[in-house]
Design a protein around this ligand. Structure first.
Ligand SMILES: CC(C)(COP(=O)(O)OP(=O)(O)OC[C@H]1O[C@@H](n2cnc3c(N)ncnc32)[C@H](O)[C@@H]1OP(=O)(O)O)[C@@H](O)C(=O)NCCC(=O)NCCS
Length: 154
């Protein structure tokens, strides 16, 4: 994989729990699908999870390798940039590093969900080739709908 440091990112692990928990709570509320500390700890210890963190700890992304025995795909689990850093290309850098990881893992399909009202993220995902494939009523909370997203290289 390309040297992540060049892009201002590094792979994160269990020791980054506090930094990531702080960043997630600065970026998401419970109705946004924020991870609990317990969920974060489990995900940081999951060998199938690919966590990326900016060197200053203010941009984070998490992808998960999923398999049902026959097919393998990735789930984009979390993507968050601290409010002070938005609009400076961090979201794109995280996406690009995630796609490089998928390529290295020979994964051609990626699934994700996003809130209907999150137009910024929907535009970012669309720019990277994600298609909106389904409406998820009440997915995040009662009255907070989601959209299912699918990326496929073939
Ligand atoms: C979505 C998010 C990760 C984007 O991060 P970012 O670092 O601001 O994004 P970038 O600067 O790389 O911009 C990437 C694209 O996002 C979109 N975007 C960024 N800021 C935007 C804004 N203010 N309005 C509309 N679109 C915007 C654009 O498509 C932009 O591409 P462009 O510059 O070619 O127009 C960030 O806004 C965030 O953390 N939001 C809160 C958490 C969240 O919603 N995560 C995603 C859902 S899980």
């Amino acid at each position: 994989m390309t040297d992540l440091c060049v892009t201002g990112l590094r792979r994160a692990g269990p020791a980054d729990l506090d930094i990531i928990a702080a960043l997630e709570s600065a970026c998401f509320g419970t109705a946004d699908g924020a991870f609990t500390r317990h969920q974060l700890r489990a995900l940081l210890n999951n060998p199938n999870a690919f966590w990326l963190l900016s060197l200053d700890g203010r941009a984070v992304g998490c992808w998960l390798k999923v398999s049902n025995g026959r097919a393998r795909w990735a789930r984009l689990y979390s993507l968050a940039v601290h409010p002070d850093l938005r609009g400076q290309g961090w979201g794109k850098r995280l996406m690009e590093a995630g796609f490089a990881w998928m390529q290295e893992e020979q994964i051609t399909v990626c699934r994700a969900e996003v809130k209907v009202k999150n137009l910024t993220a929907r535009r970012l995902y669309a720019d990277y080739g994600f298609r909106e494939t389904g409406h998820l009523p009440g997915y995040y909370a009662p009255g907070v709908d989601g959209i299912r997203l699918m990326y496929n290289t073939v």
